[in-house]
Design a protein. Structure first.
Length: 125
């Protein structure tokens, strides 16, 4: 009987620890889930890659390029400007560029919109 009670107490403690772990990984009321953090890291890397390609294109051609020009010229090695529900848009002027990563899928979590420009600083909007 003592062994069963000890096993039951150990199971309750393990369950409580598991619930505590899950509450930290996905906080109630939104927050950042683990998979969301992984996606955001990839999106930030993509934004930096697109911005680097934009800077290199400017150095070679004397102007900033559209996303289609970056992709078709081989300056940017992406199959399409998107990742894990994020869509990338690129706006250029004679003096700079702005790349925006916007989450477009329906989700219970709140995904931030990320922006980078010629300063190479990623900001949340």
């Amino acid at each position: 009987m003592r062994a069963i009670v000890g096993l039951l107490i150990a199971a309750v403690i393990a369950f409580a620890a598991y619930r505590l772990y899950l509450s930290k990984a996905v906080p109630e009321g939104g927050g950042t889930a683990v998979t969301q953090s992984i996606s955001l890291t990839g999106v930030k890397n993509d934004l930096l890659a697109i911005a680097q390609a934009e800077r290199a294109y400017m150095a070679q051609n004397g102007r900033y390029a559209s996303m289609d020009e970056l992709l078709s010229s081989g300056s940017l090695a992406m199959s399409r400007p998107a990742r894990d529900g994020y869509e990338y848009t690129l706006e250029t002027t004679a003096t700079g560029f702005t790349i925006t990563a916007r989450y477009t899928r329906a989700s219970e979590l709140t995904y931030p919109t990320l922006v980078i420009d010629q300063t190479m600083q990623i900001r949340q909007q």
